[in-house]
Write a protein that binds this ligand. Structure first.
Ligand SMILES: Cc1cc2nc3c(=O)[nH]c(=O)nc-3n(C[C@H](O)[C@H](O)[C@H](O)COP(=O)(O)OP(=O)(O)OC[C@H]3O[C@@H](n4cnc5c(N)ncnc54)[C@H](O)[C@@H]3O)c2cc1C
Length: 359
């Protein structure tokens, strides 16, 4: 998951925590002297298109910013040639609408607000959602909770969990003390943790930016999930679910740069719209719903190859995705055991696996 031009500290195990990720990103920024180009503690409040003859593709961007320390501070307007939106998409929780949700008396939180297992000690917990956050949080809570029900949809594959985790069907409605499942079973629980995903959100983009978040949480119209088709000097980073984020971001960054520098020519607008339609058709042909438009999983290599072909740069070394897919297979078999694996890349196209030990 490291950027290919800056490996992780080789003394770290392959699975490490958020503190080490932060340290890695800081080291990356220091190494490439990026911090001098970043305006920290500054919130983007509004981004508005200004149509002018001398702008890139006829547009300049008026960006209103404010100190993030003081939300009552006056805003300041700046003009930019291009805007790249990287505000993250694991921020705005997706909370499904359940009958009786407000009547439930126990604690209910979204996975975004989960920090420690402590408060779930000896409790009976329902975790909702069988995707990656659901796995991780269920596993963490399982170390202290009395019993955990993990409610998931059949479309998700699930891994092996400790003995106090019981897999159950979807939630039909909430009651005062728990839930009624879609198979009619009633559960009494102390707390519910919703690992039900996130919604895209760009509260600072004005409507004239030409971007819409659809009802099913896709961002459109975009060329290669990145470039705003109606205003190509506006672009978006890594809107995907289930990708290798840093690798994806570094390829998209190069792609956006090549387009802004006009080293890479964009097709006419109509052609880009058709390309997006074709992307959507591919998703539907896989039997996936439309809301999976920005989901890649095993189709990452296709997307990455498409970008590198377009830019005529070297493809990713084969070990990257081989290792990623091997790792997913291990995680699916046994989440806890998989996190004890250590991977070592043996250039140019293979990797070695050992069991991580602190001894
Ligand atoms: C529980 C969880 C576990 C994960 N585990 C892994 C993992 O093991 N490996 C992995 O590779 N990835 C993992 N990911 C995914 C990874 O965290 C994301 O892919 C990555 O953080 C995305 O980076 P980003 O820069 O796009 O967004 P973010 O990291 O969310 O950064 C967005 C930044 O934009 C800032 N921002 C937002 N709005 C504004 C505004 N209006 N003005 C100014 N600044 C703004 C935010 O403050 C933030 O600093 C995980 C994610 C979650 C939620």
């Amino acid at each position: 998951m490291a950027f290919l031009d800056f490996p992780f500290d080789e003394n770290l195990p392959s699975f490490f925590g958020h503190k080490e990720v932060l340290r890695y990103l800081n080291c990356y920024a220091d190494n490439f002297q990026l911090k001098q180009h970043i305006k920290f503690k500054t919130r983007v409040v509004k981004v508005k298109a200004k149509h002018v003859v001398d702008g890139l593709w006829g547009t300049k961007w008026i960006v209103e910013v404010q100190s993030s320390d003081d939300l009552s501070a006056t805003t300041e307007k700046r003009e930019f040639d291009a805007v790249i939106v990287c505000n993250g998409h694991f921020v705005e929780p997706n909370i499904p609408e359940y009958e009786g949700f407000n009547e439930f008396n126990g604690l209910k939180i979204h996975g975004r607000d989960y920090r420690h297992a402590d408060k779930f000690k000896d409790k009976t917990i329902l975790t909702v959602g069988g995707s990656l956050s659901g796995w991780d949080i269920t596993l963490d809570v399982a170390s202290v909770a009395k019993h955990i029900y993990l409610s998931y949809w059949k479309e998700h594959k699930v891994t092996n969990f400790p003995q106090n985790v019981e897999l159950v069907t979807g939630v039909n409605k909430f009651t005062e003390n728990g839930v009624v499942l879609t198979d009619g079973r009633e559960l009494t629980v102390d707390a519910v943790i919703l690992n039900t995903g996130y919604k895209h959100s760009f509260p600072f983009l004005s409507p004239d930016c030409g971007i819409e978040i659809t009802k099913d949480n896709t961002v459109r119209p975009l060329y290669k999930h990145t470039i705003a088709i109606r205003n190509p000097s506006l672009s978006f980073m890594c809107l995907f679910n289930r990708v290798l984020p840093f690798i994806c971001m570094s390829l998209q960054a190069k792609f956006i740069k090549a387009i802004l520098e006009e080293k890479l020519k964009l097709p006419p607008e109509e052609e880009m719209i058709q390309a997006e339609e074709a992307e959507l058709q591919k998703v539907l042909d896989r039997g996936w719903p439309q809301r999976y438009l920005h989901r890649l999983v095993e189709f990452q290599s296709e997307y990455f190859d498409d970008l590198t072909n377009h830019m005529q740069v070297e493809r990713l070394p084969p070990w990257v995705l081989n290792l990623a897919f091997f790792n997913i297979t291990c995680l699916l078999k046994d989440l806890e055991a998989a996190k004890m694996l250590n991977y070592e890349v043996i250039e140019p196209d293979s990797f070695k696996t050992t069991i991580y030990s602190t001894i």
